[in-house]
Every structure is written in structure tokens, then in C-alpha cells.
Design a protein around this ligand. Structure first.
Ligand code: B16
Ligand code: MG
Length: 219
């Protein structure tokens, strides 16, 4: 029996992963570093300050700024990101997600959220999805970012679910690593997610019957 399904937020429930990219690109440009979508794959699921460190290393500028300056830069990126969030509306929930949530709930299975974003609450509110989740593991409840398993384990524990009988859904390499390290069944959405137990290209293809079938073979 499946005990819980835990969703990542940015890039799975809605396309805020793209907003994170645009905001980092803008910040990076301001300090003379150019990043592209390929490099951005490494930032998905990674905390704000860790993402900044990766960008500075990429531009070979990791020794050029003080801790205070880095905090200022991270805040600036967040200001850019929050401007994009102003436009976020319920219609921006990705295709296939409302139906998937309905089908899981129809079987009485609990739904959790695992997002390391400090903006997760704002995003769920804008999407009018707060009530859909039985438990949200967010930045306030964890000390280690993905790929550490802490966030998915916290979500399972908050739902009183056994990770070995639960499913995690992610769009990030670091996120899939976090799910696998927690012992859960990993569903990936997107590319470069070879470590996942099951991969779909888009959220539209996340059919609950198919996920259940693959989970039954895996367990
Ligand atoms: P914030 P997730 C992650 O959210 C994003 O994938 C990642 O790009 C971002 O840097 C991180 O949250 C922190 O977000 O700056 O809003 O606190 O994928 O775990 O839902
Ligand atoms: Mg994500």
C-alpha cells in the first residue's frame, strides 16, 4: 500500500524553476557572469546561498566577495524572483498536476510537499493550493538542503508515512538524489534524471495509474 506522495514545488507543481533561473541570470549578469539553462540544472533544489556559491565558482569569482556582500546578492536575487511571483496565479499550476492530486486523494493517500524554498508559502498561496497538502516540509523545518534526504524524511515523518512505502516527485537532480537517499520511490519530471525509478518528460504525462503500476513492480 502506498502511504504518501510527496511533491517538490518549484518545477513540479508550477514553473517557478524558470523564474528562479531568470532571477539568478539577472543577478549573475550584474556581476559579469553569464549562466545558461544547462548550468541552471545544477541550481535546481539547491538553497539560495549554496546556489550563489555555485554561480560565483562558475564565474571564478568565489573569493571576490565578503559574507555580507554575498548575503546582499542573495537578497537581491530574491527581490528579482519575488517580482515574478507577483504574476503567479492558480492557472499557473502545471498541466496534469490538479488531476494527479485529485486521483491520489480519491484513494485516501496523503499528500506532502518538500520544498527548500523560503518562498514556498507565498507560491502555494498564489496558486490557491495550500489546502491540497496534508503536510509541508519547507525551509523552516530543515537544516540541510537537497540532495540530503532530510526534507523528504521530514515530509514522510510529518505524514506518519513509511518512506519505503512512499513516492517522491522531483524535477531536479539534487531532488532525485534526496528522494533515493530517503528510501522512497523516485519519480522524475524532465531530463538528466537517470537516477529516478520512473521518468516523465512533462507533468502532463504524470498518470497516477502508471505511477502506481511501476511502484508495485519496484516494492
Ligand atoms: P528560495 P524546491 C528550491 O525549491 C529551488 O529549486 C531552488 O532553485 C531555490 O534556490 C531553492 O528552492 C531556494 O529557494 O530562494 O525561494 O528560498 O525545488 O525545493 O521547491
Ligand atoms: Mg524543483
Amino acid at each position: 500500500m502506498i502511504e504518501a506522495v510527496v511533491f517538490d514545488l518549484d518545477g513540479v507543481i508550477t514553473d517557478t524553476a524558470h523564474y528562479h533561473f531568470l532571477a539568478w541570470k539577472q543577478l549573475a549578469n550584474e556581476i559579469g557572469i553569464t549562466i545558461d539553462e544547462t548550468f541552471n540544472e545544477m541550481l535546481k533544489g539547491i538553497s539560495r546561498l549554496d546556489s550563489l556559491e555555485l554561480i560565483l565558482q562558475y564565474g571564478n569569482r568565489q573569493h571576490d566577495f565578503s559574507t555580507e556582500e554575498k548575503e546582499e546578492m542573495a537578497n537581491k536575487k530574491n527581490d528579482h524572483y519575488r517580482l515574478y511571483l507577483n504574476d503567479l496565479k492558480p492557472e499557473h499550476v502545471l498541466p496534469g498536476i490538479p488531476e494527479l492530486i485529485r486521483n491520489i486523494k480519491a484513494e485516501g493517500i496523503q499528500i506532502g510537499l518538500a520544498s527548500v524554498s523560503k518562498n514556498a508559502g507565498t507560491v502555494l498561496k498564489a496558486l490557491e493550493l495550500e489546502a491540497a497538502f496534508d503536510f509541508c516540509a519547507d525551509a523552516a523545518k530543515i537544516s540541510k538542503s537537497k540532495p540530503d534526504p532530510e526534507i523528504f524524511l521530514t515530509a514522510c515523518s510529518g505524514l506518519s508515512a513509511d518512506p519505503l512505502r512512499s513516492i517522491g516527485i522531483e524535477d531536479a537532480v539534487a531532488g532525485i538524489e534526496s528522494i533515493k537517499a530517503s528510501g522512497m520511490f523516485a519519480v522524475g519530471v524532465g531530463h538528466t534524471l537517470q537516477e529516478a525509478d520512473l521518468v516523465f518528460e512533462t507533468t502532463n504525462q504524470l498518470q497516477w495509474v502508471n505511477i502506481k503500476e511501476e511502484f508495485d513492480h519496484w516494492i
